[in-house]
Design a binder for this molecule. Structure first.
Ligand code: 0O2
Ligand code: 0O2
Length: 206
């Protein structure tokens, strides 16, 4: 399999979508509104990781593009849980891609304790051979969910997916603590936002 040829349109999609999603953040800033987007990152799944996933799920190599939805992956990180739903709503109203699936791991967290909202899209890229529609995954989560997921991901890597029981249960507790933090912050959201507005005004006049 020629990976570089297969992955090229996915690299293009990640780059384009990063620009588009970051553009949403700047538009809010220009209009001096609170942006529901804190930051955006994106990556093309490393070849080794694609092969591992295909092996784990018994996906034949000619089905990789159809079956693996996160070869192109975008991540939108928000301050508040409510912001996640604003972002999802904005994504639904866009005309440059179609949402083909939504996975709400916020109201229904995963066994590990993982929380995030996943939106799977069908995105058209223009190639020299014409349009190619490909699948990409947008993960939308709060800073607290991101902190947890990043740490859990490192531990999974360290233990090759076999995290010891005691660490696993600590992680589940940590996930709950992160969620409580999100809930508490949501309750004082208007206070925080007012403080941030005042701080920004002060910065702009200096
Ligand atoms: P700024 O001005 O720093 O916000 P790139 O091609 O560099 O634009 P890439 O390769 O995805 O994007 O970069 P990366 O390192 O994955 O991070 C993307 C953006 O997210 C960067 O901002 C980081 O500063 C920002 N970022 C990553 N982690 C955090 C975090 O924990 N908190 C905050 N607030 N930002 C984070 P930019 O785009 O370089 O611009
Ligand atoms: P990486 O290293 O992030 O690329 P499904 O067929 O729907 O059961 P699938 O296709 O694996 O499963 O999708 P899922 O579970 O909806 O989401 C896949 C991605 O979500 C993962 O990609 C992770 O990025 C993230 N994710 C899902 N569960 C967890 C978790 O328990 N902990 C962490 N840290 N991240 C999680 P990959 O390909 O597994 O990994």
């Amino acid at each position: 399999m020629n990976w570089e040829i297969l992955l090229a349109p996915y690299r293009q999609a990640v780059n384009e979508l990063k620009v588009k999603l970051k553009g949403m953040r700047s538009q809010f800033e220009h209009e001096s509104q609170h942006s529901p987007i804190e930051f955006v990152t994106g990556r093309v799944k490393p070849i080794r990781s694609i092969m591992e996933k295909a092996n784990r799920k018994n996906i034949p190599s000619n089905q990789i593009e159809n079956e693996i939805q996160d070869i192109a992956g975008l991540r939108v990180v928000c301050q508040f849980v409510g912001d996640i739903y604003s972002v999802v709503d904005m994504l639904k109203h866009r005309n440059d891609f179609n949402i083909i699936e939504e996975k709400d791991y916020i109201t229904r967290k995963k066994e590990s304790g993982y929380r995030s909202y996943h939106v799977i899209i069908e995105y058209p890229v223009e190639t020299i051979h014409g349009e190619k529609k490909l699948t990409a995954e947008i993960q939308i989560r709060t800073l607290a969910m991101n902190f947890w997921a990043t740490n859990e991901h490192s531990l999974n890597y360290k233990y090759s997916g076999q995290i010891p029981r005691n660490i696993e249960s600590r992680l589940r507790r940590a996930a709950e603590a992160a969620f409580q933090l999100d809930e508490e912050m949501s309750k004082i959201r208007s206070e925080i936002q007012e403080a941030q507005r005042i701080f920004k005004k002060k910065q702009d006049t200096n």
